[in-house]
Every structure is written in C-alpha cells, then in structure tokens.
Design a binder for this molecule. Sequence first.
Ligand code: NAD
Length: 254
Amino acid sequence: MSTNDFQDRGVVVTGAGSGIGRATALQFAARGARVLVADLDRARAEQTVADITAGGGTAVAVVGDLSEQAVVDEVVRTAVETFGGLDVLVNNAGIMDSMSAAADVTDTEWERVIRVNLTAPFLLTRAALPHMLAAGKGAIVNTASEASLRGSAAGAAYTASKHGIAGLTKSTAVMYRAQGVRTNAIAPGGTVTNIQVNADRDALGPAVLGSYMGNVGKPASAEEQAAAIVFLASDAASNINGVVLAVDNGWSAV
Ligand code: NAD
C-alpha cells in the first residue's frame, strides 16, 4: 500500500486535540491527507496542527463545541473551502459519563452525553453528506465503543449514546451504499488517552460494572485505534460498509 494513499484528500477529524483523534489526525497527515483538526480545546487543537505542519503536512484547526450547529457548519465549510472537498469524516470526539445506573443519571448528564456523543456526529454526518454525494464518494468513520456492544462497559448515558452511534453508522451505511459513501465505526476497548470518568458517580454503577471488568484485556494505545480508523477510511476497505469493528484485545469475544 502506498504511504501516500490519502494524498490531497480532505479529512475532518473531531476530537483531534487529544488521544485517539490526535493520533488519527497525525496518521492521516503522514499518508498525505489535508486534515481539519476540530476540537473544543484551542491549545490542544493548535498543537496537533503545529505538529502536522512541522512534519511537512497540511492542517487547519476549527475550535468549538461540536454539539452546536454553527460550529458543525464552520467545520464543513472550512474543509470544503480550504481543501476543495471533504473525502473523509471521522466523528471521534466524545465524553465519558459518571458510570451511573439509570436511576441516578441527572437530566444534565444525560443530555450532555447524548448531545456530544450522538447528536454531534449526526449533525456532522448530515452536513458532510451533500458534499460526498456530489463527489460520488466518501468515507465516514465513527468512534463507537465497547459500550456499543455490551451493557457492562460504562454507565447508562454513555452506553445509550454509543449504542446510538452504532445505529447511526449502520443506517448511514445502508442508505448511501449505492452512492459511493461508506460508513463504519471502531469500537475501542480500554485505551490510554486523556478521557476521564466523571467524578460524580453514584455507588451502584461502579459496583456493578466493576464486577464485569475482569475481561478487559490489555489496554490499547491511541495509535492502535487510529490505525483501524485510517484503514476503514482507506481504499483498502472499499467493500467494508456498516461494520462496528472491535479494537479491544478480544474483550468483546470473551
Ligand atoms: P480524549 O479525552 O483524550 O480526547 C477527546 C477529545 O475530544 C478532547 O480533545 C476533547 O477536547 C474533545 N471533545 C470533547 N467534547 C467535545 C465537543 N463537544 N466538541 C469538540 N471537541 C470535543 O479521549 P479519547 O479516549 O481519545 O476519546 C475519543 C473517542 O474514543 C470518544 O468518542 C470516546 O468515547 C471513545 N472511546 C474511548 C475509549 C478509551 O478507553 N479511551 C474507549 C472507548 C471509546
């Protein structure tokens, strides 16, 4: 496979200031892509852009909360104007919940987790699709989770949001498969990043989940998750559409 297989393609990576998103942005850039780094955190987003540029690559940052339509519109407009098109969308930005069981989830926690982990990827998918359909090609990769596959990997809000993004992945894959747009997801198991469990957890959730956590296996690096995202977006995955690929050292196989 060519190391420049994404040469001059326009790629949007959300949450690219940290963890899996940052590693993904760097890997796309190393393979020739022009990368839009979208993140809430200005300093981290600008650091990722600086690192790509220092390596001879092309990148631009858009800073803002992706759960807001105006920020989503700015991301897509900037990608299209700067890169001349939008070939790949990686919906990766996400937040953890407090691991709480349903009876203890507040309205605030529920709405924020669903908004960031599920609604924001929907808004970006909706905004990106017209450009991909006009080009007759495109690839969307969503960062789902082990919590997309089972009920014992996180609290109620996060688990619902990540099952939701698995559904969005499959629906989008089916609806647009005749028009050249592929949509897939990775489902990371435990991965070493900056994601934090909210400190406001109740007692029941962690107690129940803790009893199921023995099968997690070896934690992944952000780079291992990024490699799977880049593969799913690449032409090497040209007939892969609608999968939720576990990258979890076999946790989901236990
Ligand atoms: P991370 O915290 O290191 O990075 C997430 C990035 O997303 C941060 O830079 C943050 O600023 C950004 N972000 C968060 N909310 C945002 C918003 N509303 N708008 C714009 N940017 C926002 O975490 P990570 O582990 O790299 O997480 C990436 C994805 O991987 C998430 O969707 C997460 O749910 C998923 N995931 C992580 C793990 C794990 O163990 N780390 C496991 C399964 C799934």
